[in-house]
Design a protein around this ligand. Structure first.
Ligand code: PMP
Ligand code: GLN
Length: 386
């Protein structure tokens, strides 16, 4: 093995993802886990039953088709048409992936060459940095700053160089909860067209919006042919463990992403695909109730965090609240999160890990509200002891 480090240079700084680290800390200390974003209640019973039925009936127990089962690809295309008026051919313009995580990896590995630059909102979801690195490309952060966490169009324009290949956007945005407005998307789209850039858009929180409206950037003029849209069943249907995600894009883009996907996982888990096809066809009331429940939880957590002395920023989307811990006399979110379980039995995520410019996120800490009301109540009671 010699003296050469085992982990390749591109991943050398990545380490363990903060989500795994903090969830392990929650388990070890018996704390309430408001760190990693996963619901503590499973999704709809009929969707669970659909998975069991598929498994029992032997549907999907052997390798399903590479692009995903036709029933699911059709349901994804129908979902895009129903909610956004976007029309995709299920056979050539839809690809099923192992969660949005694989969709992100396959898209970036397929579309980037070493040396390309990718502009992404900072703070970024951690897998973006890792996948851009694995592709040998360079990430260029467009920082969303407190208190509004909105992208500055002039800053975006100034970051574009002849090496820029791709804009990686995320709306609703994890961890800040920013939902891009129609105007912001129009500015981004105009720049993408002007500079002939690809856009990869992570819309996994598309149904988790409060007051704001989610607009897929693919609906904007000139964008459908240059945009890879990514989503997942994990957040919308509260089955984060199933890892069923998808890509919608032009045939050329889907074909590129599929080429990478084939050699990452080959195919995605079969029986869950049948269940997610049914989930996507749930009536609109399902999506409305999901949103209403989460809005109540958001406000419960926001009020509790404010009462406990945090400065809490109201998210328009996702199931995360970003806070500033400065009013508590604290400075460093990483230290704060490491000691929080011992101090009051709650786990959170330090936003600093999502920044290249660590100072920009040093005092910010993220809490999730996709937990039962009683759990959130108990968490804020504990946090008040700080
Ligand atoms: N993108 C964002 C912004 C996320 O928060 C998550 C959550 N895990 C993912 C992608 C990954 O989704 P999945 O669990 O479907 O892989
Ligand atoms: N998306 C979730 C979060 O941001 C879970 C991430 C993960 O487990 N990789 O907390």
């Amino acid at each position: 093995m010699g003296t050469r480090p085992l982990l390749n240079r591109r991943l050398a700084k990545m380490g363990t993802t903060i989500f795994a680290e903090m969830s392990a800390l929650a388990t070890a200390t018996g704390s309430i886990n408001l760190g990693q974003g996963f619901p503590d209640t499973d999704g709809p019973e009929e969707v669970r039953e659909a998975a069991v039925r598929a498994l029992r009936e032997g549907r999907g127990n052997q390798y399903p088709p590479g692009p995903g089962i036709p029933e699911l690809r059709t349901a994804i295309a129908e979902h895009q048409r129903h909610f956004y008026g976007l029309s995709y051919d299920p056979d050539t313009e839809v690809l099923v992936t192992a969660g949005a995580t694989e969709a992100i990896a396959a898209a970036l590995l397929a579309l980037l060459e070493p040396g390309d630059e990718v502009i992404a909102f900072e703070p970024f979801y951690d897998s973006y940095a890792a996948c851009i690195a694995m592709a040998g490309a360079t990430r260029v952060p467009l920082t969303l700053r407190a208190p509004s966490f909105r992208p500055d169009p002039d800053e975006l324009r100034s970051l574009i160089t002849p090496r820029t290949r791709l804009l990686l956007i995320n709306t609703p945005h994890n961890p800040t909860g920013t939902v891009l407005t129609a105007d912001e998307l129009a500015t981004i789209a105009a720049l993408a067209v002007e500079h002939d850039l690809l856009v990869v858009t992570d819309e996994v929180y598309e149904h988790l919006v409060f007051g704001a409206t989610h607009h897929p950037i693919a609906t904007l003029p000139g964008m459908r042919e240059r945009t890879v849209t990514i989503s997942s069943a994990g957040k919308t249907f509260s089955f984060t463990g199933w890892k069923v995600g998808w890509v919608t894009a032009s045939p050329e883009l889907v074909s590129a992403v599929r080429t990478a996907k084939q050699y990452l996982t080959y195919v995605s888990a079969g029986p869950f695909q049948y269940a997610v096809a049914e989930a996507l066809r749930l009536p609109d009331t399902y999506f409305d109730t999901l949103r209403a429940d989460l809005l109540r939880k958001r406000d419960l957590l926001l009020d509790g965090l404010t009462a406990a002395g945090f400065r809490a920023f109201t998210p328009e989307g996702t199931y995360f609240v970003t806070t500033d811990i400065t009013p508590l006399g604290e400075k460093d979110g990483i230290d704060f999160c490491r000691t929080l379980p011992g101090r009051c039995g709650v786990v959170a995520i330090p936003n600093a890990v999502f920044y290249d410019d660590v100072d920009a996120g040093r005092s910010l800490v993220r809490f999730t509200f996709c937990k039962q009301d009683e759990v959130l109540q108990e968490a804020v009671t504990r946090l008040r002891r700080l």
